[in-house]
Unconditional design. Structure first.
Length: 291
């Protein structure tokens, strides 16, 4: 298996990080977790960097952690663009309640495009634009070719949300999705080769209003709390993503990349001060091999 970070960003339209998404790859099988805007372009960028599995024709399986727009607004492109680029397999979609109607409405919204391509002069196939949707619960989501994918409940405000565990041949990758720090994460990530987990810059929360501080502590994971999870689970590697840095994105002056990287390094330091286990900040198009 290997992990590719397709988007390490947040709901903010960050020029240095794409919206949230990653891919777990097993041989030639691609499992995309979440689909922020630009997901197909990110896959193509990775393809051009040597990740041959992420060609558009292979993008036919999606697992959604929750229905926030930064994690799902790329569903329209994931449905249509790989099909235009000759995907023949239906798009399999797994996610929480509501994902079925979301897929159906998107399919209906693009009916003019689909009808033109499928019934016009452009060569097209009838299968690659179809969807196979399953609204999941905790437990086994998918089992194929020795790969076992299970879902477990997380907590991200009022939304139904899940994390995913990918297991094959004694190896394990765990993707948290957006969530507050949870005891169950220690269990699910125990002995994992890679834990992909959201993280929040703890010191930076002091810059926010009390209302925002309460929100973030309720629905996201502070760096110090992630360290506690890591110490209990002891994954071989933890990769942070969806890093909330408490920047003033839309002030009088644009945020500098230097300030972004400075806060990212402080966030990483906050974690490393409380754990000796390996931790890195994941960035767009990073590739992590499991062997």
């Amino acid at each position: 298996m290997k992990l590719v970070i397709l988007g390490s960003g947040t709901p903010n339209a960050e020029p240095w990080a794409s919206f949230p998404s990653c891919a777990v790859i097993d041989e030639d099988k691609v499992y995309i977790v979440d689909c922020g805007p630009g997901v197909v372009r990110a896959c193509t960028q990775a393809f051009y960097k040597g990740v041959s599995e992420l060609r558009p024709q292979n993008l036919s399986c999606l697992l959604v952690t929750h229905l926030h727009s930064d994690h799902t607004a790329g569903l329209a492109e994931l449905l249509t663009i790989p099909w235009v680029l000759e995907r023949t397999d239906p798009l399999r979609i797994y996610g929480p309640s509501g994902i079925r109607s979301m897929a159906e409405y998107i399919r209906a919204a693009y009916e003019a495009d689909i009808s033109c391509r499928d019934g016009g002069l452009q060569p097209a196939n009838e299968t690659g634009i179809q969807t196979e949707v399953r609204e999941i619960r905790e437990g086994t989501v998918l089992s194929e070719n020795g790969m076992q994918i299970t879902a477990f409940r997380t907590e991200h405000g009022s939304l139904e949300s899940y994390g995913y565990v990918f297991e094959k041949d004694g190896h394990k990758i765990v993707v948290s999705g957006d969530t507050k720090a949870l005891e169950i994460m220690k269990e699910k990530a125990a002995g994992a080769d890679i834990l992909v987990h959201e993280a929040e810059y703890t010191a930076g929360i002091a810059e926010r209003t009390e209302e925002w501080r309460n929100y973030h502590r309720t629905v996201h994971t502070m760096s110090e709390d992630l360290a506690e999870i890591i110490n209990a689970a002891k994954p071989a590697l933890t990769v942070t993503t969806h890093r909330i840095l408490h920047l003033n994105y839309y002030g009088k002056e644009p945020v500098s990349l230097d300030e972004v990287r400075r806060r990212e390094e402080i966030l990483l330091k906050e974690i490393k001060e409380k754990t000796d286990c390996p931790v890195v900040n994941g960035h767009d198009l990073d590739v992590f091999e499991v062997s």
